[in-house]
Design a protein around this ligand. Structure first.
Ligand code: AMP
Ligand code: MG
Length: 316
């Protein structure tokens, strides 16, 4: 079976709902990246997500919901800080890890926690409203490879997905920030689109379980595989591409102010850089290079999520 890309009009949404209710899967756009959605209560649909992605079974899935009431229904308890975070950032690229309601079947049945968020994308929200189910949705790509920020990226990575709703390019272009609220102090599990500064204004202190990630060092926690977000070409982070030797069949990814001839030059603004990063890695891969030299981004907190993704893409 080969997947079809459809417009997210009433007919497209209706077709997606039919597939999801039949315990199949559908790729849909979110503001972060495209997700591979499945009924979060269906073991069969969840199994299909893991099979299509070739995702290791220990890597849990984020559940997408239409709003706070649907999120609360999945959680055993809902701390006051969750209300404040939801009021400030939902719909948006923030995933909250909570104690899981014990009676739930389906996603995360092996865990006592659940990860939830409300996506800030009109198509995702219309799909959630129409289907009336929480949707488990990891990024719609083969495990470990670059996340999709367009419908075309989805089909190239997962040609067997039955249906892709096309919502244009994802505006953030990088995964959500994952914050664990089951610890005494909220703990950052994955840096992402939403920055730490904005989060701290609501939560106060945040524990960084994940040490600095620029070197791609191994993580202790599950669901944080060391190699991830990787192109086919071998990726190397270099301190200064302007003084680097550039061998044959090598592409260069850098940003304004540190550019060299023939490089892919992204913005020096981390928000804009993140939005273009995965598409740039897809382009470099398509150009047939064997190696990609990447200018190391600045060490500041604004670049934390980007350093994390590049560190993992470079991991062997
Ligand atoms: P992905 O779906 O590939 O964007 O990644 C989902 C990420 O969400 C995982 O790698 C974890 O960091 C996090 N996550 C999902 N569910 C849980 C959970 N129950 N507990 C802790 N982290 C989770
Ligand atoms: Mg992913």
């Amino acid at each position: 079976m080969t997947g079809r890309v459809v417009a997210p009009d009433a007919a497209g949404i209706a077709e997606a709902v039919e597939l999801l209710r039949a315990e199949s899967v559908v790729a849909f756009p979110t503001e972060t990246v495209y997700g591979l959605g499945a009924d979060a209560f269906s073991a069969r649909a969840i199994g299909e997500v893991y099979r299509l992605k070739n995702r290791p079974s220990w890597n849990p899935l984020i559940v997408h919901v239409a709003g706070v009431p649907a999120a609360r229904a999945l959680a055993a308890d809902w701390p006051a800080v969750a209300d404040r975070l939801a009021a400030a950032f939902w719909p948006g690229p923030l995933t909250l890890v909570l104690r899981r309601a014990p009676h739930l079947t389906g996603v995360g049945a092996a865990n006592d926690t659940i990860a939830v968020r409300v996506p800030a994308h009109d198509v995702a929200l219309r799909l959630l409203a129409a289907v009336g189910l929480p949707l488990a949705a990891p990024s719609a790509n083969r495990s470990e490879s670059i996340s999709p920020t367009t419908a075309e990226h989805v089909l190239r990575s997962l040609p067997d997905v039955p249906l892709v709703l096309d919502g244009g390019p994802s505006s953030w272009g990088i995964e959500s920030t994952v914050l664990d609220l089951t610890t005494a102090v909220p703990t950052l599990l994955r840096p992402g689109a939403l920055g730490l500064r904005a989060l701290r204004e609501v939560t106060g202190a945040i524990a960084l379980r994940d040490a600095e990630t620029a070197d791609g060092a191994a993580r202790p926690s599950p669901g944080m595989s060391r190699r991830h977000y990787a192109p086919r070409a071998t990726l190397h982070l270099v301190p200064d591409v302007r003084s680097a030797e550039i061998p044959e069949k090598t592409g260069v990814l850098t940003y304004e102010g540190a550019d060299v001839p023939d490089a892919e030059v992204l913005s020096a603004d981390p928000r804009e850089y993140a939005a273009d990063l995965y598409a740039a890695l897809h382009r470099l891969d398509d150009s047939g290079v064997e190696t990609i030299l990447v200018q190391q981004p600045p060490e500041t907190e604004d670049w934390l999520a980007i350093r994390d993704r590049l560190g993992r893409a470079a991991a062997k």
